[in-house]
Ligand binder design. Structure first.
Ligand code: SF4
Length: 99
């Protein structure tokens, strides 16, 4: 019986500690403005330099001198454009993350 009470006490303690950690983390993320950073990424292992992304979304992509695409700084201001390019890339080389 004593052993069972000890196990319950340990489980309650772990639950309280985890809950406090989660509440602190969520509260911190929501108040300091660092909750997420969106990124548009190109996987150069998959890219075949077809240029399609820059063709259909010139607001978001450019083509470098080496023939590979790059993401323009203001890409986030054109959500329809970068999304169209992302879903149209023939090799799936474009991805979106929001850390
Ligand atoms: S559409 Fe895809 S494969 Fe073509 S250049 Fe752009 S990222 Fe590369």
């Amino acid at each position: 019986m004593l052993l069972r009470k000890s196990k319950v006490a340990i489980l309650v303690s772990v639950f309280v500690i985890l809950s406090a950690f989660l509440i602190t983390t969520v509260a911190s993320a929501s108040t300091n403005g660092t909750a997420s950073t969106p990124e548009l990424l190109i996987d150069y292992e998959l890219c075949v330099t077809c240029g399609w992304c820059a063709e259909i979304a010139p607001t978001c992509f450019g083509i470098g001198a080496d023939g590979y695409p790059y993401v323009k700084p203001d890409w986030y201001d054109y959500p329809q454009d970068w999304f169209d390019a992302l879903v149209s890339c023939p090799t799936g080389a474009i991805s979106y993350t929001n850390y």
